[in-house]
Design a protein around this ligand. Structure first.
Ligand SMILES: Cc1ncc(COP(=O)(O)O)c(C=O)c1O
Length: 434
């Protein structure tokens, strides 16, 4: 090429320009050299040139990209019928029964939505109906979604999206894994402080809502059980506990289906999304019946798309695949190997300050280098991995945490590819220290 520009680079520029002209500036792309992905299979994604990438990031395609059973279930149901929840149908009831069988018995009522944001929005309305109170407590860098209500409960959206007036934040649980009760005590103390602050404004708490692995806060899964005293504190004050399982749910932790289970408590409401449909937009709210009934007594709920037969066939198939392919066990086994190996890398590479992990979710905390902020170094490593055809992301209040959260069929061979690339990036001084 006389210009030195590869055809693909030119195409990507052209596509980005079309996006800029037609789409909102609120959208953001990943990577300094954005990717044009055209196909996915299992744990692999392929760009417009047919280049293969290892997907160590996407939890939505939780059972793997384009899973043939999922595609088949979706197409068969789409070819048969797709209506809504105002006709009787077996699909939604089959799905409700299967999903409810995966949560503790007290959580006995399901409402379906299309996204995690809708699930949390609805959960907040239910909490208010059940408690007749208005206040919400969230962590300092929480993300719970996009609606008017839950964006006000998502401080990670930044100063331009103000916290709701009836919300208070608490510091995220401590990042260090201390097994002496400190994490639990400090987090509960924060919640009690938030309750007192709400009371100072004449507001009673409706709910404490947390992502049960605290993903956007930079992943805080340990020690198991630390959430219980904070949940007890909010219940004492008349509020309820909403477990946001949009990230942790459907087996991500490997131990059980739900992140709250490792805290040995039963939430009042559980909200679901992302992995629930393996890529198809399905969300849900599961609640204890007194909470669900208080909401239902106030009026009807109809959601045009949620709970349609195609979505339910897909949701049911996701549950079947998780069981039939033993994806929880895989998340546990490969996740443990991943955590060990990343800790091994940290002993050889100064750039890694800490590794936190649960199941197939790892957070690699990056430290600053002389003259280079940790956030810049993190972004460079993420870009460096992308250039080595491995996809990861970043998170945390200081954007200094590498987020590794692959589809659940991620194998030990996939892990080797990830580790080889990670080691290479950290060894390459251009990626980590310049
Ligand atoms: C913990 C958590 N809750 C809620 C949401 C919102 O889900 P959705 O993007 O499907 O609206 C997200 C999305 O990233 C999330 O991570």
């Amino acid at each position: 090429m006389s210009s030195g520009v590869r055809p693909t680079a030119r195409n990507i520029e052209a596509l980005m320009e079309r996006r800029r002209r037609s789409l909102s500036g609120a959208y953001r792309l990943f990577y300094s050299r954005p990717l044009h992905i055209v196909r996915g299979q299992g744990t692999r994604l392929y760009d417009a040139d047919g280049v293969e990438f290892l997907d160590a990031y996407n939890n939505v395609a939780s059972v793997g990209h384009s899973h043939p059973r999922l595609v088949d279930a979706l197409s068969r149901q789409a070819a048969t019928l797709n209506t809504h929840t105002r006709y009787l149908g077996t699909e939604i009831v089959d799905y409700a029964e299967a999903l409810l069988a995966s949560v503790p018995a007290a959580l006995d009522t399901l409402i379906l939505t299309c996204t995690g944001s809708e699930s949390n929005d609805l959960a907040c309305r239910m909490a208010r109906a059940a408690t007749r109170a208005d206040g919400f407590i969230v962590t300092e860098f929480a993300y719970h979604g996009t609606t008017s209500m839950v964006s006000g409960l998502s401080p990670s959206l930044g100063a331009g999206v103000p916290l709701a007036p009836d919300a208070r934040t608490v510091p995220a649980p401590a990042p260090q894994e201390m097994n002496d009760g400190t994490v639990a005590a400090e987090f509960a103390e924060g919640v009690r402080g938030a309750i007192a602050s709400l009371a100072g404004s004449g507001i009673r708490p409706a709910a404490l809502i947390v992502d049960t692995v605290f993903s956007s806060d930079g992943l805080r899964p340990h020690p198991a059980g630390f959430l219980a005293p904070a949940v007890a504190a909010v219940r004492e004050a008349g509020g309820i506990f909403i477990a946001d399982e949009v990230q942790a749910g459907f087996g991500r932790t490997g131990e059980q289906m739900w992140g709250f289970a490792r805290h040995d408590l039963v939430p009042d409401i559980v909200t679901m999304g992302k992995p629930m449909g393996g890529g198809h937009p399905i969300g849900g709210v599961v609640a204890r019946s007194p909470v669900a009934d208080a909401f239902a007594a106030r009026g009807r709920y109809f959601n045009t798309f949620a709970g349609n037969p195609v979505s339910c066939a897909v949701g049911l198939t996701v549950l079947d695949i998780i069981r039939d392919e033993a994806l929880l066990q895989n998340a546990l086994d490969v996740g443990r190997a991943m955590a060990d190996a990343l800790r091994g890398l940290s002993s050889r590479h100064d750039a890694i300050a800490a590794v936190r992990a649960v199941g197939l979710f790892a957070a690699v905390q990056i430290r600053a280098a002389p003259g280079i902020p940790a956030s810049r170094r993190t972004a460079d490593i993420v870009d460096g991995l992308r250039d080595r055809r491995v996809l990861v992301g970043s998170t945390g209040a200081d954007a200094d945490v590498i987020k590794i959260r692959p589809p659940l069929p991620f194998s030990l061979d996939d892990l080797d590819v990830l580790l080889g690339a990670f080691d290479d990036v950290l060894t390459d001084r251009r990626s980590t220290s310049s």
